[in-house]
Design a protein around this ligand. Structure first.
Ligand code: ATP
Length: 230
C-alpha cells in the first residue's frame, strides 16, 4: 500500500486542499490519502481556530464520494499538541512494514521544516511530496539546512514550469519529490477573511462545506459558534 499523509489545520478545508490530495494521489499512484486535521491547540487564545470537531466534520463532507481519500482523527484525539514525527511513527506502526508512507505538504509549510521537532529523523522515516503554492519558489529550498545540497538549475526549471517534477534521494533511503501542480489560489486565511466580510466563497469551497459554515455560523465572532451536529 502507498499511503499519503496530508495534515493541516483545515480551517476550513478548501478546494486547493482537495486538488492537492487528488492530484498527488493520481500522479504518484497512491492507494489512499489520509487527511489529518490538527487537534485543538492546548493553550490556544479563544477563537484562534475553529474547534477541531467542526474542522473534522468539514473534511468529512469535502471528501465524501472521493475515492481513496479518508480522514484520520489521530491528531484530534490526542490531548496534547501533535508533532508530525509522532503522527508518522504512529501511522507507520499501524500500517506496518508493507506500507510506504508519503508525507504531502505545500511548499510554504515545508520551508519551515527546520523548525519542526526531529526534522532529520522525520525525513528518514517517510517519503516527502512537496507541492507548489502560488507565491512560493522551490529555489528557496536551497537555504533549508536539513536538506542535502540541491540542484539549483533543476529547482529553477521547476519554478519556471520547464519541468513539473523532481525526485531527490535523501540520505536515509527515502525520497523528496517536488511537484509543480496547476496553480490553485485558495487559502484558508483568505476564506476566513472573506466570510467575516460577507464576501462570496462559493468558488473556493465545496458546496457542502460552505453550507456547513453557514449552518454553524463559523468564522464570524467566536461567540456566535454553535455546537457540532452529526
Ligand atoms: P492558511 O491560509 O491559514 O495558512 P492553508 O490554506 O495553508 O491555511 P492549511 O490547513 O494550513 O491551510 O494547509 C494544509 C496543507 O495544505 C499545507 O501543507 C499547505 O501548504 C497546503 N496548501 C494549502 N493551500 C494550498 C494551495 N493553495 N496550494 C498548495 N498547497 C496548499
Amino acid at each position: 500500500m502507498k499511503i499519503g499523509l496530508f495534515g493541516g489545520t483545515f480551517d476550513p478545508v478548501h478546494r486547493c486542499h482537495l486538488a492537492v490530495a487528488t492530484q498527488v494521489r493520481d500522479q504518484l499512484q497512491l492507494d489512499l490519502v489520509l487527511l489529518i486535521p490538527s487537534g485543538d491547540p492546548p493553550h490556544k487564545p479563544p477563537g484562534s481556530l475553529a474547534p477541531a470537531l467542526h474542522r473534522l466534520a468539514m473534511v468529512r463532507l469535502a471528501i465524501a464520494g472521493e475515492p481513496s481519500l479518508e480522514v484520520s482523527e489521530l491528531e484530534i484525539q490526542r490531548p496534547a499538541k501533535s508533532y508530525s514525527i509522532e503522527t508518522v511513527r504512529t501511522l507507520k506502526a499501524q500500517y506496518g512494514p508493507a506500507s510506504e508512507l508519503f508525507f504531502l505538504i505545500g511548499l510554504d509549510a515545508f520551508l519551515d521544516l527546520h523548525t519542526w521537532k526531529d526534522a532529520p529523523s522525520l525525513l528518514s522515516l517517510c517519503h516527502f511530496v512537496v507541492v507548489s503554492r502560488p507565491s512560493c519558489r522551490f529555489a528557496a529550498l536551497t537555504s533549508l539546512p536539513v536538506l542535502p545540497p540541491l540542484d539549483q538549475a533543476a529547482l529553477a526549471r521547476i519554478d519556471s514550469q520547464g519541468q513539473n517534477r523532481l525526485d531527490i534521494s535523501l540520505p536515509g533511503g527515502t525520497s523528496l519529490t517536488l511537484l509543480a501542480l496547476p496553480p490553485c489560489d485558495a487559502s484558508a486565511t483568505d476564506i476566513r477573511r472573506r466570510l467575516r466580510a460577507r464576501l462570496p466563497v462559493s468558488n473556493l469551497l465545496p458546496d457542502s462545506v460552505e453550507s456547513y459554515i453557514i449552518r454553524h455560523r463559523l468564522y464570524q465572532e467566536a461567540s456566535d459558534r454553535t455546537g457540532v451536529e452529526g
